[in-house]
Ligand binder design. Structure first.
Ligand code: LLP
Length: 463
């Protein structure tokens, strides 16, 4: 669906094709601060900088493609979330968005907790020194081995996702001579307004135990009967890249209703609820995300109101933002290669990465922005599609965007807001080497995840 059609750039015929674009910005050199990490700007020579370092220097030192992560921005976002929710609530960063040892250390220093959803994420968290009691362990199909490791490590909570898992966790904890704190993940039956693949609270999907038909209430009954676990609360995650808090309102309402039913049936008030993550960020200038303090205020009010109505003590709230913390803090830097103008259509701009470093466009039809960052340009706008170098026509990084018409091979372009679910979902398709993540702060840049090498590929290939 086209949002609107606009005059063609110099390389194009009069009629523009269908696309997801709005008017070309009046000045393509201006960086919309909504979509770029906080310390990004242009210096007097027109070169974009992050943390005070020119992208041209970064490309020389670290190569392209590469993700550059603004550490000061990451830490500031952690603090904003922690401050917004205050001491009566807990913020768990969702490690699936992007996790590395350095990230774990930053989280620890900034007072955040961590949500992990696999043995690998748990290992990274523990290895980098996150105290186990600040870790929540998730997953719809945790292996017995993962459960054992989590219980042995003493994670603060396991979020159980099925009837079978309630029993597995309870037996494991009992065998290990301990009692594991758990939350039960429920599906509240909300249709989140987001892409189907990242909506998680409607009933017909793999996560959680439905509230519908009394299934969640039955899960609570079973959990309360088992000695190996201590049921501390109810968990709900409704989906991802959501701007509107109405879905959270419905979720909070239904979760609190379950707490009231539990109180009525068992005479206990569970002390915690977790409302998950999923808050949206700006990928393009059209997106208007809400600030953490707004979200905290809205969620706090909803839960308090619902609890008052049900005459319950307000439980401790936790949230699990991933994208909203790391997403805006990084951009991917690419070198422009082949440029192919297709008369009457658009110009295909090939970069040295693609769907192996950002699968989100192909997978979710995600929209991104892009800018020429190694110089400014006075050329007019050209409707471009930024594509990768993979053997796949769906290998698109930015579907529709305007770039200066004098773009040339060797220029550097950058795609902002790639901190979440890009490196963490990167692949070796076509034996691509996954790019490094470089943290930049106060004029210093350091690799926190190194670039893969061909030796890495061959090392795995033991045939
Ligand atoms: N908590 C739970 C239980 C989750 O499943 C997720 C995300 C989060 C928190 C964090 O959600 P966030 O705040 O980052 O939206 N690969 C997709 C997103 C999948 C999200 C999976 N779960 C994407 O690239 O959009």
């Amino acid at each position: 669906m086209s949002r609107s059609a606009h005059p063609a750039g110099p390389r194009h015929a009069d009629v523009l094709p269908e696309g997801h674009y709005t008017a070309p910005p009046t000045d393509l050199n201006v960086l919309d601060e909504k979509v770029w990490a906080r310390t990004v700007g242009r210096n007097d020579d027109g070169v974009v900088t992050v943390g005070g370092i020119e992208v041209t220097r970064l490309a020389e030192e670290f190569g392209t493609p590469a993700y550059f992560l603004d550490e000061a921005d990451f830490r500031a976002r952690c603090r904003a979330w922690a401050d917004a929710f205050g001491k009566d609530a807990d913020v768990f960063y969702a490690g699936k968005a992007f996790l590395s040892r350095a990230v774990v250390r930053w989280l620890k220093e900034e007072g955040l907790n961590l949500d992990v959803c696999s043995g690998g994420e748990l290992t990274t968290a523990l290895d980098a020194g996150m105290p186990a009691d600040r870790i929540a362990f998730h997953g719809n199909n945790k292996s017995q081995e993962e459960i054992e490791r989590a219980v042995e490590a003493g994670v603060g909570r396991i979020v159980v996702d099925s009837f079978q898992e309630i029993v597995r966790v309870a037996h494991t904890a009992q065998r290990l001579g301990t009692r594991q704190r758990v939350q039960i993940r429920v599906t509240v039956g909300v249709e989140a307004h987001t892409h189907e693949f990242i909506a998680t609270a409607h009933e017909d999907q793999k996560f959680g135990i439905p509230l519908a038909g009394g299934q969640a209430a039955e899960a609570v009954r079973r959990a309360l009967r088992l000695d190996g676990i201590e049921l501390i609360g109810i968990h709900s995650h409704i989906g991802s890249q959501i701007f509107d808090t109405s879905g959270f309102e419905v979720a909070a309402h239904r979760v609190v209703r379950l707490l009231a039913e539990i109180r009525d049936e068992h005479g206990i008030e569970l002390p915690e609820i977790d409302l998950g993550g999923g808050l949206g960020i700006a990928y393009t200038s059209d997106d208007d995300p809400r600030e953490p303090h707004d979200i905290a205020k809205a969620l706090g009010e909803i839960v308090t109101r619902e609890c008052e109505a049900a005459r319950l003590r307000t439980p401790r709230i936790s949230v699990e933002p991933g994208r909203a913390i790391v997403g805006p803090t990084a951009f991917t830097l690419y070198e422009v290669g082949t440029i192919k103008p297709l008369e009457g259509l658009r110009t295909y701009v090939s970069v040295d990465g693609g769907m192996s470093d950002n699968i989100r466009t192909a997978l979710y039809d995600a929209e991104y922005s892009v800018a020429l960052v190694s110089r400014t340009s006075t050329a007019g706008p050209m409707l471009a599609r930024v594509v990768g170098k993979h053997c796949e026509s769906g290998d698109i990084v930015v579907k529709d965007a305007f770039l200066p018409a004098d773009l040339a091979p060797g220029d550097l372009i950058a795609v902002p807001a790639t901190g979440a679910y890009c490196r963490s979902m990167a692949s070796n398709y076509n034996h691509a080497l996954r790019p490094p993540v470089v943290a930049v702060k106060d004029g210093e840049a350091r690799v926190i995840v190194r670039r893969e090498t061909e030796e890495d590929l061959l090392r795995l290939d033991v045939g």
